[in-house]
Ligand binder design. Structure first.
Ligand code: KG4
Ligand code: ZN
Length: 347
């Protein structure tokens, strides 16, 4: 018996990217589009929640039309509508969620309220059909830096988190100090290409400590001091900063791998777009005798294909949500994880 693949329409607006996508349960991306708002937020060096929410209201409807038109489909052709319901900037989260509710209601289709972090966590399975459960996931984005054991859809055990800033936030703050545009990650990666990663002595917070948690606030302060000293070239600071982040992520992930029997290391989230980070973690997985999987770069940063895919995974388990499902600013993947001292400031 052949099973017809299901078709999921995905929507995303939890930070500063508006996105829509049509994805099938057999991993075909029929159409997808992402519209960022970098220029609107650049003068502020970070995302301004109200500007973001208002921009999603303007951008998302056109994107929905475009993605359906690109795939030559109507919303009545889909099997379910998946929309990010959190965590994120609440004004923005509400835009895609309410749009998703409207589409589901109008077309008489089930709604799947997707956790944005689950979108990142399952995105490697959209790109890699051979990636089975369990895997150890390093989730590195603008708002999160976590190590999670992914045991199945909806089954996440958090092994570590950041006690202060997320890795992407550290890139964005360091970039601001260096006078680089927002988002900082790609700008630092570009500048670092012509710099010396050993030129500036920077700390590696928590490296060698007994639990695999992360910390980046001290690194940011050290970058601030290096910039203020006037003793270093910007490209050397960028390269040394990136190297320090690579060393922190690698050391902490090594410890988590040694505590996990997961056969594969997976990296996801916006920071996983960074070449130096991807290759250092691939080397780590090899050294620890594990498989390695990382989605293509476009699938690492925010998009709606990963939301549609998480919807497909949940639909396959028979899961969907009622139309009164709430938008959530905070929504941890592992609700049972204990609070870590110093952590919890970020969503
Ligand atoms: O996952 P994402 O698109 O949005 C959130 O859910 O946060 O991640 C955005 C973060 C930003 O902090 C951005 O600076 C960082 O990912 N990022 C990078 C790179 N591309 C994006 N960090 C380092 N290197 C990159 N190439
Ligand atoms: Zn994200």
């Amino acid at each position: 018996m052949t099973v017809t693949p299901s078709l999921i329409f995905g929507l995303e607006s939890s930070c500063d990217d508006s996105a829509a996508a049509l994805v099938t349960s057999d991993r075909q991306i029929l159409a997808q589009a992402v519209v960022g708002q970098n220029s609107a937020h650049e003068p502020y060096g970070g995302v301004v929640p109200e500007i973001a929410a208002r921009a999603h209201v303007e951008i998302l409807p056109g994107l929905i039309e475009r993605v359906l038109a690109d795939a030559k489909m109507s919303i009545r052709d889909v099997d379910a509508v998946a929309a990010t319901a959190g965590p994120g900037l609440i004004g923005g989260v509400m835009v895609a969620l309410l749009a998703g509710k409207g589409l589901a209601l109008a077309a008489g289709k089930p709604l799947i309220a997707v956790n944005h972090l689950e979108g990142h966590a399952l995105s490697p399975r959209l790109a890699d059909p051979d990636l089975g459960f369990p895997y150890l996931l390093l989730l590195v984005s603008g708002g999160h830096c976590q190590l999670l054991e992914v045991r199945g859809v909806g089954e996440y055990r958090r092994l570590a988190t950041t006690i202060d800033d997320a890795a992407g936030e550290a890139f964005d703050k360091a970039a601001k100090l260096l006078g680089l545009p927002y988002p900082g990650g790609p700008a630092i990666e570009e500048l670092a290409k012509s710099g010396d990663p050993a030129a500036v002595p920077l700390p590696r917070p928590l490296v060698g400590s007994g639990e695999p948690h992360f910390s980046f606030a001290g690194l940011k302060s050290a970058v601030q001091r290096a910039v203020a000293s006037g003793d270093f070239r910007s490209e050397d600071i960028a390269a040394s900063f990136q190297q320090a982040v690579v060393d922190c992520l690698t050391d902490r992930t090594r410890l988590a791998l040694q505590r996990s029997d997961a056969p594969t290391l997976v990296v996801a989230g916006g920071v996983a777009a960074n070449h130096a980070i991807r290759s250092a973690l691939a080397d780590l997985a090899k050294a620890e005798g594990r498989g390695f999987s990382v989605p293509p770069r476009w699938l690492c940063t925010d998009n709606a294909a990963m939301i549609a895919w998480a919807g497909a995974e949940r639909l396959a388990k028979g899961e969907c949500d009622a139309l009164d499902v709430p938008a959530r600013a905070r929504w941890p993947l592992d609700e049972s994880a204990e609070k870590v001292r110093g952590a919890g400031v970020k969503a």
